[in-house]
Design a protein around this ligand. Structure first.
Ligand SMILES: [Zn+2]
Length: 98
């Protein structure tokens, strides 16, 4: 699964979870069954999202965790490789000796 897909899944998962929780709070007042149903959806999608993050929010090159700045990182904070292309950031000339 590509990081782009993971980001989309995580965004959708959080949206569903928050949406279901809101639904339960606003429309579930006085209706215990509807409320518990909405909250179950919220918790399940939240757990699902967490599982996706735990499993796939990693650098494809070094396996380092990308929990920090997951949505904005373009370069891995561990190995400094571009998360989509795998190329090292330009600038420092690597370890080559003259
Ligand atoms: Zn990395």
């Amino acid at each position: 699964m590509s990081l782009e897909t993971v980001r989309k899944v995580v965004t959708a998962g959080f949206s569903i979870s928050i949406g279901a929780a809101m639904f339960g709070i606003f429309f579930g007042a006085g209706n215990e069954q509807l409320k518990s149903y909405a909250l179950t959806i919220a918790i399940v999608s939240l757990l699902f999202t967490m599982a996706v993050i735990m499993k796939w929010a990693r650098c494809p090159w070094c396996g380092g965790s990308l929990l920090r700045g997951f949505f904005k990182n373009k370069v891995c904070p561990h190995c400094k490789r571009d998360l989509t292309t795998g190329k090292k950031k330009k600038g420092h000339g690597g370890r080559g000796r003259k």
